[in-house]
Design a protein around this ligand. Sequence first.
Ligand code: FES
Ligand code: FE2
Length: 405
Amino acid sequence: MTMMPEIKGAKTQRHGGLPVSLPAWAYASDELIDIEYENLILPSWQFVCHISEVANAGDYATLDMKKDSILVMRGKDMALRAFMNVCRHRAAKLLTGTGNCKARITCPYHGWSYDLSGELKGVPAEKTFPGVEKDRLGLKEIEIEIFAGMVFTRIVPGGPTLRESFGDMADIVADYRLEEMVPGGEAWIDSWDCNWKIAVDNNLENYHIPIGHPGLNRMLDSDLTGIINRHGVAYSKSVLKGTPSANRAERMYQHLAKGAFTHLPDAARRTWTFFSLAPNIGLDIYPDSFDIFQILPQSGTSCVMRYPIYVRPGASREEKAMQYLNARINRQVGLEDRELCERVQNGMGSHGYEPGPLSNYEHAVLDFHNRIRAACPVVADAKAPVSGTLRQCNDALRSGARSAA
Ligand code: FES
Ligand SMILES: [Fe+2]
């Protein structure tokens, strides 16, 4: 089933009767990235960590994005809170990576210290700040939601919860008991030489699997269409083929899956399930593990990939072998996707390219483009605005003072 929800304020461009992609300039503009970051990334749920990484009082995890760093902290009262990871004195970043704070979060610059619930407690040489209002200088708290064991935060509040966003699809996620998983090692963080939207487009369609991912095609029957709901949560699945793959690692994975993870429903043991959450997050669930694929805008022509993997603890030898084989198979898939995305980035610069039509298989890509069109109406212009004027053009379109060229 395909469902193409309408997005308010989005004007889709067309080629003949078919919808087309965004204009090429929108995939290389540093000025547009700032607007996309403000209008799409800040008001959306962003993954920080799994609950197993912040289980004890004082445990923390951080997420670094283009301009902002976020801190998730387990308080002494065992509540999990999310803060902007920036000192209220003169902006130093407070904590990095993951770890445990015994009692205070102490700024590495002048030593201001905050308790685990974010209140400012200590100011060295406090008398040199006559009348300082410490109770108004606590860390800025932001929205947090735990969904199936995954900790998400949102800087600009409002909009649906994650539970609401997933709707009925939350039941599919629940089958996998992701809250029981643990990190499968350090998260991969990588930089790709492509605009973040090229990587998102790629993550939103399976049309490229038969050609772009020969390995996946050998071992899985992939649903090329999938579904998407009105909140931009997309879902598709690939089922392990009965015919053994010609590749040894893939064949072993297919074979081991038959007897492993028997606590899962039968269908889940044979299925790779792919979700994506607008605008920039993939959630890939396997019988043996799951991963998050978080695509963070960086510059007009580069983005940062954050790719943590979580595995089922207490796995048998065969199940551990599946986790190992899965990581190996998906490492190859990641290399293929990167190469394809960087190829597309190069093509976007070609004078011979104009936006082409989108297939019904690419309906989630169209949904994403319409979200970009609604949040940044300037992308309706076939040519990039004159350098330095993009924000002004976009503001004029948003306020209705100008209509698209
Ligand atoms: S910037 Fe943090 S104490 Fe000065
Ligand atoms: Fe791919």
